[in-house]
Design a protein around this ligand. Structure first.
Ligand SMILES: C[S@@+](CC[C@H](N)C(=O)[O-])C[C@H]1O[C@@H](n2cnc3c(N)ncnc32)[C@H](O)[C@@H]1O
Length: 243
């Protein structure tokens, strides 16, 4: 069912773009401590290659990672054998009773499958229901402002055995960001090309906060996880299920 993060992009994300998870998770641990959540199950929606799950388990939490990409989950399972992982869409996954839910790296913005207001509303409802009293739902999403209207932003990043080329466009009418991604990965001495298109939904701070408030969450919005500042045009949210 994967529409993105197939084998080569999953590998490249894990080796070349791990900083986001590695720098966000310590800030998330701080938020958990501020809410007196020192143990229990943390559900990681869009867990990717398990980088956060590894830090969480080392800190004494149990982790369940859910990701739509089988390639990501394969890396995650090898990295953290003591955590549980499932290949599933976060928008339809059953969320077990837990102390906290996290979703790092704008996973809620992706539109690989049914990403609509109604689906999001149902997700917030299920998360609220699954959280213990005092639990938190911590996540970040993409907001408008990545690319100027009618402009195309092109960039490339390279590693030892890979290159990734990205072309980004924002559609203010549809409130979407489209990333066209070409990966080149060296396999058996030759570079293998793959293409992916990621469409992401751009969120409005007030609409998102209101949707969470309606479920009973108290919402705090930020541009950082602890000491780690998010990249531009991202927003971090901490939704608290008040006791
Ligand atoms: C930018 S990566 C972040 C991965 C990880 N959280 C990290 O910080 O390293 C986004 C992740 O969201 C996952 N994703 C996107 N849409 C999803 C969905 N509907 N259900 C589950 N996972 C999804 C992708 O497969 C990918 O692993």
């Amino acid at each position: 069912m994967t529409a993105g993060y197939n084998e080569d992009l999953a590998y490249i994300h894990d080796v070349g773009f791990r900083d986001y998870a590695l720098k966000s998770t310590p800030g998330i641990l701080e938020i958990l401590k501020q809410h007196q959540i020192g143990s229990g199950l943390i559900v990681d929606l869009g867990c990717g290659s398990g980088l956060s799950a590894e830090i969480l388990t080392q800190a004494g939490y149990q982790a369940l990672g859910i990701d739509i990409s089988a390639a990501m989950i394969a890396i995650a399972q090898a990295r953290v054998p003591t955590a549980n992982f499932r290949v599933e869409s976060l928008f339809t996954a059953e969320i077990p009773s837990c102390a906290a839910v996290i979703s790092i790296g704008e996973c809620l913005s992706y539109a690989f499958d049914a990403n609509s207001d109604a689906v999001l509303d149902s997700l917030f409802q299920r998360i609220y229901h699954a959280l213990s009293p005092g639990g938190v739902f911590i996540f970040d999403v993409v907001v408008p402002g990545h690319v100027a209207p009618r402009e195309t932003l092109k960039s490339f990043t390279e590693g030892e055995d890979w290159i990734v080329l990205v072309e980004k466009q924002e559609d203010p009418t549809q409130q979407t960001l489209t990333r066209r991604i070409i990966t080149l990965r060296k396999v058996d001495g030759l570079y293998r090309r793959t293409d992916e298109v990621h469409r992401q939904r751009l969120f409005d701070r007030y609409t998102l906060s209101e949707a969470l408030n309606r479920k009973g969450f108290q919402v705090a919005v930020s541009d950082r996880y602890g000491a780690f500042s998010l990249l531009p045009a991202r927003m971090a949210v901490c939704a608290h299920k008040i006791i």
